[in-house]
Design a protein around this ligand. Structure first.
Ligand SMILES: Cc1ncc(COP(=O)(O)O)c(C=O)c1O
Length: 404
């Protein structure tokens, strides 16, 4: 007979990990073996958390602000978040509608856990950040993948609104919208946002909206937040966080915005899972959100230059099709032509690139399900010298594939 510790729920062993973390581990191993790895893998700014935020955390620690806090986060932080969202998006969120969570991932988990029953369906435009479909599956519900539309290297990816509408069934509970988008670097236009919102209204569906990259917008493109709809309380599970904007990935701070009665109920789930977000990190987050914002703006300007550089370099690689991302800090070039011509899969391409040239990229297929099979993701939150060298290594790797 099996010992009890071996008979865990099957879904636990079926869950996919997050590839970015797998590749961090592989890269560390190669580095330990003495190789100089260049990583375009992980989704975090290469710039450390801004100093004024670090100082605020130090102050909080010196003041011994180290105990449990309120489960949805300290009031002062929720007020700061509300002030920020309301002034930025002209909305009317109240502090009682905000739950601060351990990372935006905590917010995604809470939101889905609150609404999904076994058998429910969640429409996930793909390629997709993996947490939405994985948590959905964990809860016994079903992700229904709807590919984004690829308009070619001049148009990039857009939401396929008609396909999303066509995928709705009587079991559909929610539609996921991540804007700006990981992994494609797309920024969905205000008119696409309007159309998706209209569908939610007409079909009475929830929208799990993740705007964690809302500060990473390039070329002064217009951005419409889903929070700017007057009746957002009826449709939105809104996720945002501190990880990307303030380069605070390791501080584990995100937040969920939902109508008050839902927030109250979810607070009961949160208290049973994590009690509260990290106390002194919350104090630092207040300083982050209050500013100064110049370091953030500076980072975005820098990232835009890096984006231009990486796209220019990738276009020099034989068989690659690359275009400038309008949001987030990823490029998602199509390498389908190379894969076809040399007869390998995208996973094999990425593995061999890693083990022969020590360059980390992510295969599009780890943003499940299949829509990314001709694409790779590269983060351009990477120093420009490393971008130059890393893409040179990719170029020579691709040449070696053709030379065989
Ligand atoms: C779209 C998206 N949502 C959420 C997260 C998770 O953020 P956090 O580190 O705050 O949990 C990420 C991180 O890569 C992301 O890309």
């Amino acid at each position: 007979m099996q010992v009890p510790t071996l008979s865990f729920k099957p879904i636990v062993s079926e869950l996919l990990g997050e590839a970015a973390f797998v590749y961090i581990a592989k890269a560390r191993e190669l580095e330990r073996a003495g190789h100089r790895v260049i990583s375009f893998g992980v989704g975090q700014p290469d710039i450390p958390t801004f100093q004024h935020i670090i100082e605020a955390a130090k102050r909080a620690l010196d003041e011994k602000f180290t105990g449990y806090t309120e489960t949805p986060g300290i009031r002062e932080l929720r007020e700061a978040i509300v002030e920020y969202l309301n002034s930025r998006y002209g909305t009317d969120v109240r502090p009682t509608e905000v739950i601060v969570t351990p990372g935006a991932k905590g917010a995604i988990f809470l939101a889905l856990a609150a609404y999904l029953n076994p058998g429910d369906e969640v429409i996930v435009p793909e390629p997709s950040y993996p947490a939405y479909p994985e948590v959905t599956r964990f809860l016994g519900a079903r992700p229904v993948f709807v590919p984004l539309k690829w308009l070619g290297p001049s148009g990039g990816f857009v939401l396929d609104v008609e396909a999303i509408e066509a995928a709705i069934t009587s079991r559909t509970k929610a539609i996921v919208v991540n804007n700006p988008h990981n992994p494609t670097g797309a920024l969905f236009t205000p008119s696409q946002v309007d159309r998706i919102y209209e569908i939610a209204r007409e079909r009475r569906l929830m929208l799990l909206v993740d705007e964690i990259y809302d500060n990473f917008i390039y070329d002064n493109q217009p951005f419409k937040s889903f929070l700017s709809f007057g009746d957002w309380r009826d449709y939105l599970l809104y996720v945002n966080g501190f990880s990307k904007t303030f380069s605070m990935t390791g501080w584990r701070l995100g937040y969920l915005v939902v109508r008050e009665e839902v927030a109250t109920k979810l607070t009961r789930l949160a208290v049973n899972v994590w009690s509260c977000p990290v106390s002194f990190a919350q104090k630092a987050a207040i300083e982050a959100i209050k500013g100064p914002w110049e370091p953030v703006r500076e980072m975005i300007r820098l990232f835009q230059q890096r984006r231009d550089l990486i796209v220019r370099k990738l276009r020099e690689v034989r068989g690659f099709e690359a275009w400038p991302s309008t949001g987030a800090f990823y490029v998602f070039p199509r390498i389908g032509r190379v894969l076809d011509e040399v007869g390998i899969s995208v996973e094999e391409f990425v593995e061999r690139l890693l083990y022969t040239k020590y360059v980390v990229t992510l295969p599009g297929t780890v943003f499940p399900d299949k829509a990314g099979r001709e694409f790779i993701r590269l983060s351009f939150a990477v120093d420009s010298k490393l971008i130059e060298e890393g893409v040179e290594r990719i170029k020579s790797f691709v040449e070696s594939l053709y030379a065989r």
